[in-house]
Write a protein of this length. Structure first.
Ligand SMILES: C[S@@+](CC[C@H](N)C(=O)[O-])C[C@H]1O[C@@H](n2cnc3c(N)ncnc32)[C@H](O)[C@@H]1O
Length: 281
């Protein structure tokens, strides 16, 4: 990746030049994820951290399998929300560096009038947010450079594009492990849920340490060295984050086993639990 500034101009987001904020001396969670899923938007520091992370796991290719599993779950869950739940509004929080198919591409491919608001707080995502704004004419997309831990701010930006009195698919995919405090996660999730209209759903995934705890402790340590606070949790804690929802079948399961469609052929652990839950009336 070059260091050439090419900052996009996302609608609806007041922001400074992301180029000024990108810290190339340390890895970032968005750039590491981009590395895991085979993207090009990362730097040498991310590759170095990625090499150390890969060594923490027993199996070769584990971090790529985790990233791919997370992403393919995202794709299937958005398709499910559009096709089976009739969703046409999405609030995708912790979207990450754009990766096709992005949420709006899946949703608008099925329901062209779909409206999508993306949120992330990493300047590398802001820098590439233009790719998230290519809405089809019938629908709309917006991008907000904002922190998910400020639900009032995020929701006020979302209201510019989404009708919050109608169902919304709230997406919290592979992001809550970056909010280390369990109580804060529960509080933040409940504040989003309160704002959602009846009929809304939550598309959710979270990394777990259930299957290789030592590797995940090492991962947290490496992330901390890079200045990234991460908390990889056991199932019981992750379950508590979605306790207020009615989970659709098969409930909270490892992501590669959630409504498989033949795209994720993992036979080993993908180390994330995922679920789609309906807001209770
Ligand atoms: C692992 S990526 C997930 C990407 C995408 N959701 C997916 O499932 O493919 C996590 C993303 O969450 C973002 N993130 C982490 N903490 C955040 C916060 N407090 N507010 C907003 N975004 C955050 C990171 O910048 C990163 O882009």
């Amino acid at each position: 990746m070059t260091d050439t500034p090419d900052a996009p101009g996302p609608a609806g987001a007041a922001h400074e030049d992301p180029q000024q904020r990108i810290d190339t001396s340390r890895a970032s969670s968005a750039r590491l994820y981009d590395l895991y899923v085979g993207g090009k938007d990362h730097y040498g520091v991310d590759k170095d951290a990625g090499t150390r992370l890969a060594e923490a796991f027993r199996a070769e290719g584990a971090i790529q399998r985790i990233g791919t599993g997370a992403r393919l779950f995202h794709d299937r869950a958005v398709r499910y929300a559009a096709e089976e739940l009739g969703m046409d509004q999405y609030l995708d929080i912790g979207v990450g560096v754009p990766k096709e198919p992005n949420t709006h591409e899946i949703a608008q491919g099925l329901v062209p009038s779909s409206r999508v608001v993306y949120v992330d707080n990493d300047p590398i995502v802001l820098r590439h947010a233009e790719a998230l704004l290519h809405s089809c004419p019938e629908g709309a997309t917006d991008y907000a450079d904002a922190d998910l831990r400020r639900p009032d701010e995020v929701l006020s930006i979302a209201r510019r594009t989404l009708a919050m009195d109608r169902p919304v698919a709230l997406m919290l995919c592979s992001v809550l492990q970056f909010v280390p405090d369990d109580d804060e996660v529960r509080d933040v999730v409940s504040r989003y849920l309160v704002a959602l209209a009846p009929g809304s759903c939550v598309i959710f995934s979270h990394v777990t340490d259930d299957f290789e705890p030592d590797a995940w402790r090492e991962t947290e340590r490496i992330y901390a060295e890079e200045g990234i606070a991460a908390n990889v949790r056991p199932r019981a804690v992750i379950e508590s984050f979605v306790a207020g929802l009615d989970l659709v079948d098969p409930g909270l399961v490892e992501v590669h086993t959630w409504r498989p469609d033949g795209t994720d052929l993992s036979t080993e652990h993908t180390h994330l639990y995922g679920a789609v839950g309906l807001k209770r009336p």
